[in-house]
Each structure stands twice: as structure tokens, then as C-alpha cells.
Write a protein that binds this ligand. Structure first.
Ligand code: PLP
Length: 414
């Protein structure tokens, strides 16, 4: 499997929508064929339309707050004594996470499509919070599907959605987490696609939703590329870009602009959720060699049992707690462009403690998985290696979990 250097990765699929001829596609019911086709046509026009790009860039700058900071984590670097550790603080973006880019673009598309209603899924609550914010901004009525387990563990984001007047629909089926929320959301869209636009919260789902999300979050690496050149004068010879991977939207967005560099120069490291140390359950299909199957309309590596049934996942981090992964990442794995590994719940908590001890940064449990990998490899690397971690979410939403696992001290640091 090979990546073309002169074409955006989101466009490197065949006519049937498969990346590498194998991942993605459109496994959708007959009733969705027309709405999906309409969306494909509209998006291909809008992404080449100057006024739409102007509108997007204007909202990214003046509402989302782009560019977000690119900072050196000097104290952490000095403590670990190895590679330099830097961070792209994407949690600076309006609402506290990268999900705002996808939500903003989807609302702009919905407006152009003349839709008055928008629906979305959420796990950690950030995709839902951001969609509720963008829907309010652009005058759309918003409904969010969220697993009942996630509603309990991500209280602050649920309150934010309600404050933004979104209807939060609890999902009680299956594991009551993100996978079930996405399924319910898609089911709802099947019966309401005439009036309603659907925003899939990550680079997952039928081909067009993967593309729109990847196109939106790529803003992160567009900014970072400029910031790196400003800081170092060029792209450093030994650069490692570390990002957590749930569905894969923040990591894809963090890497996209660097896709054409040789992996020896710019290495991509994706960190999945390894789950609790003593449990067999995890949310790391790329790391642990899960088989290929269909989930949410797309072919991908996905945790499944011998009969091909989707397996339940386990992770302290609601945003990573998903059995599948974007077809873009399956392609990157098979093309050997990115390396994937996993951090356990315990690793993520330890990383959170270390980062907050040394830096004024408050990464949520998702990027804490990425920090765990940075902390593991940095001491073994030379000082001219630049590690950049995408701190893609703020830990305010994790207040209750952090208090329970680490004590009151960490509640106050939020
Ligand atoms: C802060 C944060 N980071 C990461 C993720 C994982 O999703 P993705 O891999 O699509 O970035 C989520 C998902 O909810 C999230 O909220």
C-alpha cells in the first residue's frame, strides 16, 4: 500500500470510496444513498469555492481562535533529559478541544444545504459540546446522541450542551458509549435526512464524513507547519508528532500537512487506549492487530469476536473508548507511514500527573495517552530530537474521574 505524495490523503480512495482499495467505503442503507451523494457533490463544490474558504478561515480565526499556541515544555524536557518536548495546545481553541473545527465546518455546510436541524454523536462530550456551540452560533436546532455511561462520566460537557440548548439523547443500548451513540445517531438520520444534516464527530463513518472531518481538522497541521518554520527556520531533521487516536480526527489533522515528508524525518506516532492494565479489554485495534470488518458504514480494523461481532471496549478515556478507527489510519498503518502503540489507563493518569506537575497545561485523559508515549521515549532520544504532542483537549471535563482516581488535589488543578 503506497501513499501518493502529490494528492491530499483524503482524496486517495478509489471510485467506491476505499483508501488503499481496502478501507472505508459506503456501507449504507438504500435510503441514505441520495443524501450521501448530495453531500458529496456539495462538499466537492464548497471545498473549491473561494467564498466558502474565506468564511471557514474567518470563523476559524475570529471564533475558534486559530492559531492555537505552539509551546516548549521546558520543565518537562529538563526533567526527562532527552528529546525536547513541545506541545501544540489545541485545547486553546474555543470550547477546549479540536472538535470545534469539524463542528464549525459541518454547520457551515448545513447552512449552505438549507438544513435547519443538525444531529451528532459524542463520547467525551467535546464533539457534542462543539456542535451545540456551532449550532447556536449559526442558528441550527441541535440534537446530540450520547451513551448513558458517557453522560455519567463527562458531566461538565453534558451541562455545556444543555446550556447551548441542544437536546442530549441518552443511548442505553450496548456498552452505552461512543460506538452506540454513533449507531443511534446514524439510525436517526436515516429517518430524518430530508430536514436534518448529520455531523459525524470523528474521521469515521461513510467516506464523505471521513473526508469532511479530515479536511476540517487539518487546520491544526497547517498552523503547526508555519509555527515550526517560524521557530526552527525549517522542518527539523528529527521530528516526532505524537497524538492520541480514538476515531482519529485530531491525529489525522495534526499530521496531514507533513504527509509528504519521509518518515525518517517526520515520524507519526498514534497512541490508542490500552484500557486498564489488568483487563483484556482495550480500544486499540491498530496496536493489537484487530481484524478488518465493517463498522458505522466503513471497512476498518475493528475489535471483534470470532463471530465478527463488535467487541466491547474499555478505557478511562471516553473519547478513545471506540472499537474501530478511521480508514485513514488503517491506510497509514498498512502503508507503514505511521506507527501505532497503546497506553494503559494507568500510564495516562501518571502522564497527566507528571505534565501538570511540571507545566501549566491541563491535558484531558485523551491527550494524556499521547503524553505517556512522549514521556516513555524522550529520555532515550538525543536533545536535537523534537517531540511535539498534540494537547487536543482540556481536562475540565475529566474533573470527576481525576478526583476519584487521584484525589482532591487534582480536582483543584482544574
Ligand atoms: C479531547 C479529545 N481528544 C481525542 C479524542 C479522540 O477522538 P479523535 O481520535 O477523533 O481525535 C476525543 C474524542 O472525543 C476528544 O474529546
Amino acid at each position: 500500500m503506497k501513499i501518493k505524495k502529490n494528492m491530499p490523503l483524503i482524496d486517495q480512495h478509489n471510485k467506491s470510496g476505499f483508501w488503499g482499495g481496502k478501507f472505508g467505503g459506503n456501507f449504507i442503507p438504500e435510503t441514505l444513498k441520495k443524501p450521501v451523494e448530495d453531500l458529496e457533490i456539495l462538499f466537492s463544490k464548497l471545498r473549491n469555492n473561494k467564498s466558502f474558504i474565506f468564511e471557514r478561515d474567518n470563523y476559524f480565526k475570529n471564533w475558534v481562535g486559530s492559531p492555537t499556541r505552539f509551546i516548549k515544555l521546558e520543565n518537562l524536557t529538563n526533567h526527562l533529559r532527552g528529546a525536547q518536548i513541545w506541545s501544540k495546545v489545541v485545547s486553546d481553541a474555543n470550547g477546549g478541544a479540536h472538535k470545534i473545527y469539524n463542528a464549525t465546518v459541518h454547520c457551515l455546510i448545513a447552512k449552505r444545504a438549507g438544513k435547519k436541524y443538525i444531529v451528532g454523536d459524542t463520547g467525551a462530550g467535546y464533539a457534542g459540546k462543539m456542535l451545540s456551540m456551532a449550532a447556536k452560533k449559526f442558528g441550527l436546532k441541535c440534537k446530540i446522541f450520547m451513551g448513558a455511561k458517557d453522560i455519567k462520566r463527562q458531566g461538565p460537557n453534558v451541562r455545556a450542551m444543555k446550556k447551548n440548548l441542544a437536546e442530549v439523547v441518552p443511548v442505553y443500548t450496548g456498552s452505552q458509549t461512543l460506538v452506540d451513540a454513533v449507531s443511534e445517531c446514524m439510525r436517526y438520520w436515516v429517518s430524518n435526512c430530508d430536514t436534518t444534516h448529520m455531523c459525524v464527530g470523528s474521521t469515521v463513518g461513510p467516506n464523505i464524513f471521513v473526508k469532511i472531518c479530515g479536511w476540517s481538522t487539518s487546520q491544526i497541521s497547517r498552523e503547526l507547519c508555519i509555527q515550526i518554520k517560524e521557530e526552527f527556520g525549517k522542518i527539523p531533521k528529527k521530528l516526532k508528532l505524537i497524538n492520541c487516536v480514538g476515531g482519529g480526527s485530531s491525529s489525522f489533522g495534526f499530521w496531514n500537512e507533513f504527509m509528504h515528508y519521509d518518515k525518517k524525518k517526520v515520524e507519526f506516532i498514534g497512541v490508542e487506549a490500552g484500557g486498564p492494565k489488568k483487563s483484556k479489554r482495550h480500544a486499540a485495534p491498530l496496536t493489537y492487530g484487530s481484524k478488518i470488518g465493517v463498522l458505522h458504514g466503513a471497512m476498518q480494523y475493528v475489535n471483534q469476536d470470532k463471530m465478527g461481532q463488535i467487541e466491547e471496549t474499555k478505557s478511562i478515556s471516553a473519547g478513545l473508548d471506540y472499537p474501530g478507527v478511521s480508514p485513514l489510519h488503517c491506510f497509514l498503518k498498512d502503508a507503514k507511514r505511521a506507527r501505532y502503540t497503546a497506553a494503559t489507563d494507568e500510564d495516562a493518569l501518571k502522564a497527566y500527573q507528571l505534565v501538570t506537575k511540571y507545566e501549566n497545561l491541563n491535558p484531558s485523559l485523551e491527550p494524556s495517552h499521547a503524553f505517556a508515549e512522549a514521556i516513555k521515549i524522550a529520555p532515550k532520544l538525543s536533545n536535537d530530537t523534537i517531540i511535539i504532542v498534540n494537547s487536543c483537549g482540556d481536562a475540565k471535563k475529566d474533573r470527576d474521574i481525576l478526583r476519584k482516581k487521584l484525589g482532591k488535589k487534582y480536582e483543584n488543578s482544574n
